[in-house]
Design a protein around this ligand. Structure first.
Ligand code: SF4
Length: 319
């Protein structure tokens, strides 16, 4: 298998009146074709910014993005419109992301109109094909977003993202705004589509339980940085970073015989604006020592592709 996407030392900083906000700070990873990388972290950890920088919806500050082996860090408008067909996004809130003045037909057809090169009949056929793929009844073709429930609206968002036959999709909290029962339907749909078409996903969420079953690998972010990355099963079975342990301790396990102690995170959240030199988790970490406040840990590979950024992970995990 080859890497479809490689991200190397990617940074995205924003200038604010209070200083430089380090939204994404030196993040490196690769995704193999047909796989899903879950990107997890609390609100404000930079996960959505990371997705937007990869798709060029935001410019990067530094680092490199390779797609299919080609450096796409800096591309011109013509190249960008070519990439748009291959790289798509599904947004969290389908109601906010769909144009309320366009019917479902117009919404799904629009990317084809922008790209050009297809006849009206070809576009019509593709719209219906997409509606079938995502499980939207054809009778809804002339309805407007406000006439649909949340699950159907998100199906429209997925159909629109798929219509140009992309290779890669950033799914930015795609089920967070939906009822739990609908979440499972949409997750199953996305998995079915991936199996049928070999799509590659980055699945961004604050909810670890959502990514467990659909991700091959999971990357945990804290204040703009990667703190741990591992295969999904490994991460859930044996998390090494204190922050991952705390996140996992909050995930409910449906097993009455399995009692889990929730790790409460105490302490002030470090500001991502002009962050200090040390570990960004130090102010909340129960294992923090003097070194942690002076030196930011560099991600270290343990075995396979399990990476962790913590000075004391061996000691903490008695390795
Ligand atoms: Fe905690 Fe120190 Fe490890 Fe950071 S480097 S996670 S503060 S033990």
């Amino acid at each position: 298998m080859s890497s479809l996407l490689e991200v190397k030392n990617l940074k995205k900083y924003f200038n604010t009146p209070r200083g430089t906000l380090h939204a994404v700070d030196d993040v490196t990873f690769a995704i193999e074709e047909g796989e899903t990388l879950g990107v997890v972290g609390e609100s404000g950890c930079g996960k959505s910014t990371l997705g937007r920088v990869i798709l060029h919806l935001l410019d990067s500050t530094d680092g490199q993005i390779l797609f299919n082996g080609e450096d796409i860090t800096n591309v011109n408008a013509a190249k960008m419109s070519e990439l748009r067909k291959k790289m798509q996004i599904i947004f969290q809130d389908p109601f906010a992301s769909l144009n309320p003045r366009l019917t479902i037909y117009q919404t799904i057809r629009e990317p084809m109109e922008i790209a050009g090169g297809m006849s009206k009949q070809q576009m019509d056929e593709r719209v219906y094909e997409m509606m079938d793929t995502v499980g939207l009844a054809r009778r809804l073709v002339n309805t407007y977003p406000h006439e649909l429930d949340g699950g159907r609206r998100q199906r429209v968002g997925i159909a629109r993202a798929l219509v140009m036959n992309p290779k890669f999709i950033v799914c930015d909290e795609p089920v967070s705004a939906l009822d739990v029962s609908i979440q499972a339907q949409i997750l199953n749909l996305m998995q079915d589509i991936q199996e049928a078409s070999g799509l590659t996903y980055i699945f961004i969420t604050h909810d670890l339980s959502v990514v467990k079953y659909i991700s091959n690998n999971i990357l945990v972010m804290y204040l703009g940085q990667m703190v741990e990355k591992a295969e999904s099963d490994t991460l859930f079975a044996a998390p090494l970073h204190p922050y991952t342990k705390a996140l996992l301790s909050a995930v409910p396990i449906p097993d009455v015989h399995h009692e889990k102690k929730r790790v409460e995170l105490k302490g002030e959240l470090t500001s991502p604006i002009n962050p200090p030199d040390g570990c960004r988790f130090a102010s909340r970490c129960p294992y923090a020592k003097e070194r942690c406040f002076k030196e930011n840990p560099v991600p270290e590979t343990i075995e396979g592709n399990h990476m962790v950024a913590c000075h004391y992970f061996r000691e903490i995990n008695q390795m």
